[in-house]
Ligand binder design. Structure first.
Ligand SMILES: Nc1nc2c(ncn2[C@@H]2O[C@H](COP(=O)(O)OP(=O)(O)OP(=O)(O)O)[C@@H](O)[C@H]2O)c(=O)[nH]1
Ligand SMILES: [Mg+2]
Length: 346
């Protein structure tokens, strides 16, 4: 992506319009450095693609966290990812996170916000099915931890569920992932309730990913893959009030609970117990990993109507932030303490 020429520093406005970056006073190194934090470099690409903008000091961010969202078709991956990133941006903008989040690649981020986050959370539209031909680099964020003073590049890959059937094509990008979000379809869990074989059900996409990761990463002596994994029971709104008091309990808490990562283990155990009864195959998305957490979430809290929109009443992401924060913590991007003083939730 980056050419050999020295980066051309620019400033960008909200709409992605650029103007040359000129430091106020080059002799003042501290000031220049501070100003550079908001500057971008232009990557011209190979001519086929339009220019990208990366933060001026992109190279210093070290190995990026490359997160893959995994699950078969229509499990809710794209909707969950849009809701997760929407929740993360909202929490960052209102200073509720011990992290600062902004664009790593401004064009990509602006496009993801318009095409997915706003379309889902503002217009309340059903998002389109992810097209089959490409693995989509969905968004690229810069996540800064004031605790460590470090910047991290975080990129998200969303993939059409149908692609998982083509293991060869999927393999090419699975090797590049170093963090996973496994998406369990709550709708399928609720449909299969009581059916024969339901207890052992799982997802073929998980198996494709596990097989591939097992070939490119060395297992620990205890037999775990050395990557962080957050397993999310998505569309959990469809599982509420059907005799899973553990699930109902997590949804009875207000949004502030999501900032408390001390309860991740407790929630993980509840999800584990539920899946042990309703779909043990899914648990491989957590059990095979050295660090993993399990979550209940709903991107929308309601189902769409016939017009492919979600009714306003009751609509909104629930518990979508916590899996992402947990993944960030497992990956070392977020460093505790994560609870801000005064954020009592129970
Ligand atoms: N009730 C409910 N429905 C949801 C939720 N999230 C997604 N859905 C519905 O599930 C369907 C599939 O959602 P997508 O996000 O497109 O699923 P996907 O896994 O990205 O699908 P592919 O792109 O085909 O792989 C859509 O009809 C959504 O309306 C949720 O949290 N609750
Ligand atoms: Mg999709």
């Amino acid at each position: 992506m980056l050419g050999r020429r020295p980066p051309r520093p620019v400033l960008l406005d909200e709409n992605g319009n650029q103007r040359p970056f000129v430091p106020t006073d080059r002799r003042d190194r501290m000031l220049t450095r501070a100003e550079e934090m908001t500057a971008f470099q232009v990557c011209e690409g190979d001519g086929a693609e339009s220019p990208h903008h990366l933060p001026l000091h992109y190279a210093q961010y070290g190995t990026p966290l490359v997160i893959g969202v995994i699950g078969s078709g229509a499990t809710g991956k794209t909707t969950l990812l849009a809701a997760m990133i929407g929740s993360l941006l909202a929490a960052s903008q209102t200073n509720r996170l011990p992290l600062q989040v902004d664009a790593l690649d401004l064009r990509l981020h602006t496009s993801f916000r318009a095409r997915y986050v706003n379309r889902l959370l503002v217009q309340r539209e059903v998002l389109p099915v992810t097209r089959g031909e490409t693995v989509e680099l969905a968004d690229a964020l810069r996540v800064r931890s004031p605790v460590t003073g470090r910047d991290h590049a975080v990129v998200f890959f969303d993939m059409a569920g149908e692609q998982w059937e083509d293991a060869e094509r999927a393999n090419r990008f699975i090797s590049a992932l170093n963090a996973l979000i496994f998406v369990v379809d709550g709708e399928q869990l609720s449909r299969r309730r009581g059916q024969r074989g339901a207890q052992t059900a799982g997802d073929q996409a998980f198996e494709v990913v596990l097989n591939r990761l097992g070939k490119v990463h060395d297992y620990t002596p205890q037999g775990f893959l050395p990557l962080p994994s957050a397993l999310v029971v998505a569309k959990s709104d469809l599982l509420r009030f059907y005799g899973d008091p553990e699930l109902d309990r997590w949804f009875s808490y207000g949004d502030a609970e999501e900032f408390d990562l001390s309860t991740v283990e407790e929630e993980s155990l509840d999800v584990y117990r539920m899946l042990y009864q309703r779909g043990q195959g899914y648990l491989r998305g957590a059990e095979r990993f050295l660090r993993s957490s399990l979550h209940f979430a709903s991107a929308t809290n309601t189902s769409p109507d016939g017009n492919r929109t979600y009714a306003a009443e009751g609509f909104g992401p629930r518990r979508t932030l916590k899996p992402l924060l947990s993944l960030f913590q497992m990956a070392g991007v977020l460093v505790p303490p994560s609870v801000h003083p005064g954020q009592e939730h129970r």
